[in-house]
Ligand binder design. Structure first.
Ligand SMILES: Cc1ncc(COP(=O)(O)O)c(C=O)c1O
Length: 375
């Protein structure tokens, strides 16, 4: 199992499983959703100059990067908290709010459930349905709210933690649903880790509103869009008193100086952002069409750089076997059956650059036609 630690992008486990020894180039990684262009050029430049910064402590208040993010999103800097990846902020939010109950729309990123478990918050899942393209509907949200009230949970005792766009389904959450939950006194955290990939986030993101609305929190990651997961960088927007409490709970200097400098530099690279969005629009549509032509059921929206697909039963393949057949060929995919709410027909892949995508399609074609190892 490639997802030994719950996530994609695990090179060491891949080497152990598939017997490869060399460097990262041994594998083409479709299992983690990273921007395939690699980090913007300014990152290499900063790494070379980093020695001169390392003997100083990082700014504990992350003022430079917070200021830039505030400008970018048009919100006050005291509504923002920067973290050691969005993963740190998810954990921090649960530890501060300590909700009695947590509502998740599953399948979703596994860390929401893990963070809830760590503080003993009871998870109430809304099961997203494949026949609805895994969209969260108003009816499903209101039904869950009714159930919570019937279980004696009052408004303010529950945290709704929703991915938008959601991993692995790619769907965004309709604003009207969030509005209704807030109107009914619920606390809502939106994980917008993949939002930068959307061609136009203005109608989709709630970040601007989170700065001024009590009980609405928005999280963002910088690791996927800028291909810097090893650096760890994310941020969160919420009203200032919650941001203050969260920053008091955060480990001092949690965001190292390299991450802060890189965060500031990549935000200035408008060309990289434009290139990424333009590439994704074309490549995702192309890849979707090719996967469908292979007979696969493809899910998701144009707002994300990953694709969830289902294997038709008559193919005779499971996601686990497909992963195991592709690994030794140097191709890593995500066995999506590890997400709660999906089964062994589901696979998630990142959209990569054309030659990599072609290599994956070629191998899939061979396997499905029975020329590779049988499933
Ligand atoms: C939906 C979602 N949120 C948050 C994260 C964590 O992001 P980061 O690398 O910034 O900690 C991930 C990572 O895969 C993710 O998929």
């Amino acid at each position: 199992m490639l997802e030994r630690y719950g996530h994609g992008g695990d090179w060491l486990t891949a080497r152990e499983l598939y017997g490869k020894q060399g460097n990262e180039g041994d594998f083409i990684d479709f299992s983690a959703n990273m921007n395939p262009f690699g980090p913007p050029a300014c990152v290499g430049e900063l790494l070379r100059r980093y020695e001169s910064f390392i003997s100083r402590y990082p700014d504990p208040a992350v003022r430079g990067l917070r200021g830039k993010l505030a400008e970018r999103h048009g919100v006050p800097a005291d509504c923002l908290l920067v973290g050691n990846g969005a993963a740190e902020l998810i954990d921090l939010l649960f530890r501060e709010l300590r909700p009695k109950a947590t509502v998740l729309a599953e399948p979703c990123f596994i860390e929401y459930r893990e963070a809830a478990a760590k503080i003993g918050s009871a998870v109430h899942a809304v099961g997203l349905k494949a026949e609805l393209d895994f969209r969260l509907t108003m009816d499903a949200a209101l039904d869950k709210l009714k159930q919570l009230r019937e279980n004696g949970l009052k408004s303010g005792e529950t945290l709704w933690f929703l991915g938008s766009p959601n991993n692995p389904t790619g769907q965004t959450v309709e604003r009207t649903i969030v509005e209704e939950l807030l109107r009914q006194g619920e606390t809502v955290a939106m994980d917008e880790a993949f939002m930068d990939f959307a061609a136009d986030e203005s109608g989709l993101s709630l970040l601007g509103e989170a700065a001024s609305r009590e009980k609405l929190i928005v999280l963002r990651s910088m690791t996927k869009f800028y291909a810097i997961p090893g650096i760890r960088l994310g941020y969160m927007a919420a009203e200032p008193s919650l941001i203050r409490r969260l920053s008091e709970l955060q480990v001092p200097w949690s965001v190292n100086s390299l991450a802060q400098l890189i965060g500031e530099a990549v935000l200035d690279d408008a060309e990289y952002a434009e290139q990424t969005v333009a590439w994704l629009r074309t490549e995702r549509a192309w890849m979707t069409e090719k996967l469908q032509a292979l007979g696969l059921f493809v899910f998701g929206s144009a707002a994300v750089n990953h694709i969830l697909f289902a294997l038709p039963e008559h193919f005779g393949w499971t996601s686990e076997r497909l992963q195991a057949a592709l690994g030794p060929k140097g191709l890593l995919i995500r066995d999506a059956s590890r997400f709660i709410g999906l089964d062994n027909r589901y696979v998630r892949i990142a959209v990569r650059l054309r030659p990599d995508n072609e290599a994956l399609l070629e191998q899939l074609r061979e396997l499905f036609e029975g020329r590779g190892e049988r499933g």
